[in-house]
Design a protein. Structure first.
Length: 290
């Protein structure tokens, strides 16, 4: 009996040691990932909010800010076309959000509530089409828009981004509409409501979290896109903010200007992540359950 207890204790000690080692390694990996994310962000903010040359003044690197200055942002907004680029990004982003989310809601509802020939093949093609990256489709998009005479227009960029984003958004809304009981619509029909009214007054309010999630994904695609915008847009006054930022850097702009425009690009996604965390997690959870 004593020998058995001693063997059990001996086996438990290595298990506890192994558990501590695993937890330590996990924490180290998490810490490393946080540092890889936090350090570039800190450098970006440090350079952007310091006067020109303050970070590297006197041949030394000053990682602790001595003062906070908006000089770089004032110069960026008054001496460059950053405001024009920002306006263009807002136009494109709003267009992508409205069009992509609307298409996703209509398609997701149809896939959930209707049976039609080829539905299974269409469903599989949604996920299959999402496997194609924007790089693969860049040249076909260029040829298509050139044929249609849509090059160098925000409308073409909105159409292209919507096409790239639709598979993900349609699949997201499809999975979410699956969680809305059809009995709620049937009850509205019994009370005399049309299908459209039942969708508007019953289904869409319940599906609001999924709709917001699709809109957030659409916002991210519209605001952050660089590749397709660079291919479709040729006039600098039509550039969105990411393409305009690359243009500014190509003009030998200083680090202060580069970091300032980077902050300008990062502000909206940061606010979205800050105030809409639960919707982002909803998209992740639906993805896991799907």
């Amino acid at each position: 009996m004593i020998a058995a207890v001693a063997d059990a204790v001996t086996d438990a000690v290595p298990q506890r040691t192994l558990g501590r080692v695993q937890r330590t390694l996990t924490y180290l990996v998490i810490l490393l990932m946080c540092l890889l994310t936090a350090v570039p962000l800190y450098v970006m903010l440090l350079v952007a909010f310091q006067p020109t040359g303050a970070v590297f003044s006197g041949g030394d690197l000053h990682i602790i800010p001595q003062t906070i200055s908006f000089e770089n942002f004032t110069e960026l907004l008054t001496e460059t076309d950053a405001l024009t680029y920002t306006y263009n990004s807002i136009v494109v982003t709003v267009g992508v959000m409205v069009l992509a989310t609307t298409i996703a809601c209509i398609s997701g509802y149809i896939l959930t509530r209707f049976e039609f020939r080829g539905k299974a093949a269409f469903s599989r093609s949604i996920l299959l089409s999402y496997m194609f990256s924007g790089i693969v489709l860049a040249v076909p998009f260029y040829i298509l828009f050139q044929t249609l005479g849509l090059l160098n227009s925000h409308f073409a960029l909105v159409l292209g981004l919507t096409a790239l984003l639709s598979p993900l958004n349609i699949w997201l809304m499809w999975q979410y509409f699956e969680t809305v009981p059809i009995s709620l619509e049937e009850r509205a029909w019994i009370e005399g409501a049309s299908r459209w009214r039942a969708v508007r007054d019953v289904v869409l309010p319940i599906a609001r979290p999924g709709i917001v999630t699709a809109a957030i994904f659409s916002f991210s695609a519209g605001w952050n896109n660089f590749l397709l915008a660079q291919i479709v847009l040729s006039d600098s006054e039509m550039y969105t903010l990411p393409v305009g930022a690359a243009l500014l850097l190509g003009r030998d702009a200083g680090w202060e200007t580069a970091m300032s425009v980077s902050v300008l690009i990062c502000i909206p996604p940061f606010l979205i992540a800050l105030f809409f965390q639960r919707y982002l997690m909803l998209g992740i959870n639906i993805g896991e359950s799907g």
